[in-house]
Design a protein. Structure first.
Length: 192
């Protein structure tokens, strides 16, 4: 939306006066006397014609020193694209859904569409751990649930949560939980 023409000023002014929702996102208006900016549809009191100014996006209004209105929350329109966070989120979703399967760094990276080394680096930067470590945590937390809510023994649970051998399960379980699977069960009040 072109903001610097006379006709667009009138158009936007009308939209503000009428609280016209269809202009939301197309521009924002700020009131010089209050220092607050709004979406066109905001139901707050109409400003005086001479005190209003317009912005194409919320970021510009903030940069000019205006505060977002608490009522219409125009700052929520600022969407920050964060590809690294998306990679991490997608990976976590995948791991949560497929923890019972064999997942390697390579296979996970292939699913997400990035290189294994990049995935590993982004993961470490965002979470401080590797994707594999994250997978272990998901598996062991799942094992916790099964220990407390089912009658399966440790070996059965080991395979259910995606481990291929018991010693690996046992080792990771102890590391993450601070005790063995059977101790965990007893400690948390389940006696079978
Ligand atoms: Zn507002």
């Amino acid at each position: 939306m072109k903001l610097n023409t006379r006709s667009s000023f009138t158009l936007m002014w009308d939209a503000v006066v009428e609280c016209d929702k269809k202009y939301d996102g197309k521009f924002f208006y700020a009131v010089k006397t209050t220092g607050i900016f709004c979406r066109p549809s905001c139901k707050s009191k109409n400003p005086n014609y001479e005190n209003i100014c317009f912005f194409e996006n919320a970021k510009d209004a903030i940069e000019q020193g205006f505060r977002p209105c608490k009522r219409c929350q125009p700052e929520l329109s600022i969407v920050t694209y964060n590809p690294q966070q998306e990679i991490v989120d997608e990976s976590i979703n995948y791991l949560k859904q497929h923890y019972q399967e064999i997942i390697t760094l390579n296979s996970l990276a292939f699913k997400i569409g990035v290189s294994p080394s990049y995935l590993s680096r982004v993961f470490k930067e965002k979470l401080g751990i590797t994707p594999h470590k994250y997978l272990e945590i998901i598996r062991i937390h799942k094992a916790h649930q099964l220990l407390l809510n089912t009658v399966y023994n440790s070996t059965e649970i080991c395979f259910q949560v995606g481990y291929k051998n018991f010693s690996s399960f046992y080792r990771h379980f102890k590391k993450i939980s601070g005790c063995s699977p059977s101790q965990y069960r007893i400690k948390n009040g389940k006696r079978i």
